[in-house]
Design a protein around this ligand. Sequence first.
Ligand SMILES: Nc1nc2c(ncn2[C@@H]2O[C@H](COP(=O)(O)OP(=O)(O)O)[C@@H](O)[C@H]2O)c(=O)[nH]1
Ligand SMILES: [Mg+2]
Length: 216
Amino acid sequence: MTAKPVLNRAQFHTSVARLRDLPASQAEIAFAGRSNAGKSSAINLLTRKNRLAYTSKTPGRTQLINFFELDANVYLVDLPGYGYAKVPPEIKAQWEELLSRYLQERSALVGMVLIMDARHPLTPLDQRMLDWFLPRGKPVHILLSKADKLSGNERAQTLRKVKQAVAEHASVSVQLFSSLSRMGAEEAAERIESLLGPVEPAEGNDVAEVLAAQHP
Ligand SMILES: Nc1nc2c(ncn2[C@@H]2O[C@H](COP(=O)(O)OP(=O)(O)O)[C@@H](O)[C@H]2O)c(=O)[nH]1
Ligand SMILES: [Mg+2]
């Protein structure tokens, strides 16, 4: 059993393109979001590593699942961005297969951070990510990103609207966030660290691993 994982220990571990290449993991938290929503910027800010996740003005390039190790067998997972208009249908189909199966089946996945541009929250593809993951009953923490681009009034309205939209799901929490102004950074880091720790062995682990974790 590890101590509580800390985001600023993040180190690049591996990138995978196929589910069968996923690394062994005890617990992981996945960051998801539309291309250009500010996911890489959020990961960089929260881990306090400026170039950990690649930040780009050209959206939609990353089709890989990137693993950043926070602690032994504990990962922050950067999922491929979605919603990029110019993606061909076969790539969209691959995306759907990869993301839906990862979200529905990955036993080590303890929670999801969903990054949505506060100016365009809950797009149909964001909704699909929720539809895939919410049935598992595990926590989802929504970051309404680029909140610096909204006025104080707009921020309050957007937060209220999104909270209302997800109110029926007790496992979902929502906050305002800005990588530029660092608004909400501390709240987000605390929430994510608490989702990850103390780390319970993943269901579906080999019984030997579970016993080893309980009796090191
Ligand atoms: N104003 C503002 N711009 C941001 C913020 N976060 C990201 N951006 C910009 O939005 C663009 C996409 O950000 P990126 O982190 O690469 O998004 P990703 O595609 O979701 O990984 C970049 O030009 C960033 O500089 C933010 O909090 N505020
Ligand atoms: Mg990115």
